[in-house]
Design a protein around this ligand. Structure first.
Ligand SMILES: [Zn+2]
Length: 106
């Protein structure tokens, strides 16, 4: 079995780096004002996309941090909702999950 903590830490670092890149992208754009309206529209649209990606990465990061915290508390392999052990195959496929397959279903 792979070390889930190491996998999660890798994911966390990757996400932090990604969020940094999105922010840098937006800041760069904020500094340079455009001459061309059309160009501006494209950039604003692009920013919406980056905003969406950033939000997604932030949510994923929050989930990874929660899984890491639970892992460190010694309860990382148990479902957050029902307390039953989470299937190891599920943990392998989704290392950041904190619920078992039954509780993940709506
Ligand atoms: Zn459960």
């Amino acid at each position: 079995m792979t070390d889930r903590k190491a996998v999660l830490e890798g994911l966390r670092d990757e996400l932090i780096e990604r969020i940094d890149r999105y922010r840098a992208h937006k800041e760069r754009r904020g500094g340079a004002l455009d001459k061309d309206i059309e160009e501006q529209a494209v950039e604003v649209q692009n920013d919406d996309v980056v905003d969406g990606l950033e939000r997604e990465a932030e949510e994923e990061l929050a989930q990874v941090m929660r899984a890491l915290a639970r892992l460190e508390a010694g309860e990382g392999d148990d479902c957050e909702r029902c307390g039953e052990p989470i299937d190891p195959r599920r943990l392998q496929a989704l290392p950041y999950t904190t619920v078992c397959v039954d509780c993940a279903e709506p």
